[in-house]
Design a protein around this ligand. Structure first.
Ligand SMILES: Cc1cc2nc3c(=O)[nH]c(=O)nc-3n(C[C@H](O)[C@H](O)[C@H](O)COP(=O)(O)OP(=O)(O)OC[C@H]3O[C@@H](n4cnc5c(N)ncnc54)[C@H](O)[C@@H]3O)c2cc1C
Length: 488
């Protein structure tokens, strides 16, 4: 067997948000730590082909779209020359930014004395991992604990082969340096909708093909239908209850997509220049050779102690982030990383975080954000609730801001409270700054605050956040329940 080159307390496999957080926590706690990633740049999906490129391009493309709408800007006295878009320059700027942030990851790890290896890790024994580059035989490192933070990969669809030219993944879509005239997306979830907005903003004709009867299954139904109306008003076309059967390229390099209307059971043809497949993501364990140590993918899904992030079969192996069950979000990866390291240091002091209701944001314009129960969930769980809904059109700060596009969709914040004790159960927002507004809502839901608690707090004036307080007040006044019990 190849020699062991180093022995660590903790080896972290994968350096996305989860792996990075695990490595820095471990090293700060005095554990001898190393981290390995197979990509050229650190930062994982999040930095290289996920949140960072999608949010950057969303912002840039929205700015471009606003510049096209002279009337809005001119109302405020600004005169502009016609704006032109250079996608190659936008991509070059994005690449530079990703490289810069990748270097920040690297220098932070070096500051904390974490050894960084570049290569693909695979198990040799439960405590030994081989690190190889380009499929060549590598070297072995040994560790007392191994954190598996290898992330996720896209789910493929039979009959729709991804060639990364005409049929593309989200990673490829986010690196296109041209504007496809017709851009279609298979899947109306958050990732699909955000990328739809980018291409719609820069002038593609965008169609979303969704096999369900609604987009964004995990959203409150009022918010989901408002989102659909909003995006339709911006020009995006939705084909709901429609399934992609196959996609073939013709001699003219056009993509012919065969669609099935689930209601009529009839097939029809759809043409586009690029089709993005965005029907979900699955845990990525492919390169780890887990079968070598007698593990299966099932062990990572079903047989994990969530309190300590440990595999039941091998408690020293701790999966975190997208590779685990539940929402695939960077914040989950980071919180699980902290928990995994805490469990190594002392099983007694593990803090539990509220993962049941992570905050969610769809970064379209205006943004859609939500935390906690949806109305469907409240009804299904038989929880008595009261609702307060405040429109931002009544908010002073909102009225001092640059006018947003006329989307014919009123921006609002909706609060659900438990009728029995006025605990805030869910908050749902449409507003250009919804991501920032959601933080206080998330705090209220996680900490179990009541509408009464929120109303006792002084909010800055004028501020958008005052609408949260107003909605909480309205929820208290919603006389749905006869048995209101205000906690002091
Ligand atoms: C388009 C898009 C937009 C998104 N937007 C958001 C958002 O707005 N907010 C949010 O919270 N989340 C967002 N996400 C999800 C977020 O990116 C993930 O939840 C997050 O990256 C998961 O972190 P992780 O550390 O588990 O894995 P990753 O970030 O995927 O990192 C895993 C790393 O492990 C490496 N690796 C895999 N196998 C091996 C191996 N055998 N050896 C060595 N290295 C290996 C991979 O190369 C990768 O670098 C988005 C995702 C996508 C695709």
């Amino acid at each position: 067997m190849t020699d062991i080159v180093a022995v660590y307390d903790v080896l972290v496999v994968g350096c996305g948000p989860g792996g990075f957080a695990a490595a820095t926590h471990a090293s700060q706690a005095g554990l001898h730590t190393a981290c390995v990633d197979r990509r050229a740049s650190l930062g994982g999906t999040y930095l290289v082909d996920g949140a960072v490129p999608s949010k950057t391009l969303l912002d840039e493309s929205y700015f471009y779209r606003l510049l096209q709408q002279h009337k809005l800007v001119e109302q405020r006295g600004v005169r502009l020359p016609p704006a032109r878009l250079n996608m190659q320059a936008a991509q070059a700027g994005l690449k530079q930014n990703i490289e810069r942030l990748g270097k920040v990851y690297k220098s932070e790890l070096s500051k904390y004395n974490v050894t960084v290896y570049k290569g693909t890790a695979s198990f040799k024994t439960p405590h030994r991992v081989e690190i190889a580059q380009h499929g060549e035989g590598g070297f072995i490192v040994e560790a007392k604990y191994i954190i598996v933070a290898t992330g996720s990969a896209i789910v493929q669809c039979p009959g729709v082969a991804i060639d990364e030219t005409r049929v593309v993944s989200s990673s490829k879509a986010l690196s296109l340096d041209y504007v496809p005239p017709r851009f279609s997306i298979m899947g109306g979830g958050t990732i699909g909708l955000e990328i739809a907005c980018i291409f719609n903003n820069i002038g593609s004709r965008v169609t979303i093909i969704e096999s369900q009867s609604e987009i964004c299954q995990n959203m409150d139904s009022e918010l989901a239908s408002a989102t659909k109306r909003l995006l339709q008003s911006q020009g995006i076309v939705f084909l709901l209850d429609t399934r992609v059967q196959c996609a073939e390229r013709d001699a003219a390099a056009q993509l012919n997509v065969t669609l099935l209307d689930k209601r009529s059971q009839e097939t029809f043809a759809h043409q586009c220049d690029v089709l993005m497949v965005s029907i979900g993501r699955r845990p990525l364990l492919q390169h780890l050779n887990i079968s070598k140590i007698g593990l299966s993918e099932q062990d990572f899904v079903e047989n994990v102690d969530e309190q300590t992030q440990s595999l039941l079969k091998f408690p020293h192996i701790k999966p975190i982030g997208d590779v685990t069950l539940g929402p695939m979000l960077a914040l989950k990866a980071e919180q699980q990383a902290a928990r995994a390291i805490q469990s190594i240091l002392s099983a007694d002091s593990i803090e539990t975080s509220n993962f049941n209701f992570p905050p969610n944001v769809l970064y379209c314009q205006p943004q859609i954000a939500w935390v906690g129960y949806t109305e469907q969930q409240l009804v299904a769980s038989h929880i008595p609730y009261q609702t307060g809904k405040a429109f931002f059109s009544q908010n002073i700060r909102y009225n001092t801001l640059m006018p947003q596009e006329d989307t014919a969709l009123p921006a609002f914040i909706k609060v659900f409270v438990d009728s029995r004790d006025l605990k805030i159960l869910g908050v749902h927002i449409i507003n250009s700054d919804a991501n920032e507004l959601l933080s206080q809502a998330s705090m209220a839901v996680s900490l179990g605050l009541t509408a009464h608690d929120v109303c006792k707090v002084a909010f800055p004036h004028p501020s958008l956040s005052e609408s949260f307080k107003q909605a909480a007040q309205l929820a208290m006044a919603d006389a749905g329940s006869p048995s209101i019990n205000i906690r002091e």
